[in-house]
Design a protein around this ligand. Structure first.
Ligand SMILES: [Zn+2]
Length: 268
């Protein structure tokens, strides 16, 4: 278990399954689990913290994000929060939410964003902090990558990614992102071979390699670094789009460039 201190809450990170991360948001009175892939690591963490689980927050319906829902609900009687758009596929859901809805964890306000693309009902949770905001983005944004488009169009996914970019560009406060898988290193290998070799990507790769060699997570990361290095976010930069589009003889708008890079990653 790794722990990260924000001003009014702490995030605990648990490794699960092959490469999943489960998070516990600890506000003092509330202890909320984001995307319990399985129940066992959460039960152990609650025992270690000597605290009961009060909430489960699901970003989307996939089994490796909701697999622990029912066992944890039976054990702790916790409240399960998930996307209203996808309520039928979230096991044990109690509170159905979508963008703009109010969610409180104890005294901590949680904003909800609709970010479809990976699945049709994917949502994100944002907790504002004085120094660093925390974004829980499930399988939409990864370290140097993004989720596959199982149920959405490239246009939808691109709009969702732009929404996450704006969390950084329209806020004075930096945002740390907590995604649900450790894919950073292979995503960066793809980026270096197929998309961009610029210095920040090389530095991100060297840092990630050191972390992984020590069996440490590369997550959480910052949205700032993703905007600079993530091949799925680079299409937000017009100059990058022009260069990439010319190299691949495609249209140079952001959606066309994003679609091409996402396709290339699917077949890499
Ligand atoms: Zn998923």
């Amino acid at each position: 278990m790794w722990s990260y201190q924000h001003q009014r809450f702490t995030v605990h990170q648990l490794a699960a399954l092959a490469d999943n991360y489960i998070y516990l948001i600890d506000t003092g009175a509330a202890l909320a689990c984001v995307d319990p892939a399985e129940a066992a690591p959460v039960i152990s963490a609650c025992a270690e913290l000597a605290r009961p689980l009060t909430h489960i927050l699901n970003t989307h319906h996939h089994w490796d994000h909701t697999g622990g829902n029912l066992e944890l609900k039976t054990r702790f009687g916790c409240t399960i929060v998930g996307a209203a758009h996808d309520a039928a596929r979230i096991p044990g859901i109690d509170k159905k939410i979508s963008e703009g809805d109010d969610l409180q964890l104890d005294k901590q306000h949680v904003s909800v964003l609709d970010i479809p693309g990976h699945t049709s009902g994917h949502i994100a949770f944002v907790l504002a902090g004085e120094k660093n905001n925390a974004l829980f983005c499930g399988d939409t944004l990864f370290g140097a990558g993004c989720g596959r488009l199982f149920e959405g169009t490239p246009e939808q996914m691109w709009q969702s990614l732009e929404k996450l970019i704006r969390l950084d560009t329209e806020n004075k406060t930096d945002t740390d992102f907590y995604c649900a898988h450790e894919y950073t290193l292979s995503n960066l290998e793809f980026c270096l071979k197929k998309v961009s070799k610029h210095t920040p990507v090389n530095e991100y790769y060297a840092w990630s390699l050191t972390r992984r060699n020590k069996q440490l997570p590369t997550i959480p990361g910052t949205l700032k670094r993703e905007i600079q290095c993530n091949p799925m976010l680079l299409p937000a930069q017009a100059d990058f789009c022009k260069t990439y589009a010319a190299e691949h003889t495609i249209a140079d708008d952001a959606v066309s460039v994003f679609t091409h890079i996402r396709e290339a990653r699917n077949h890499w």
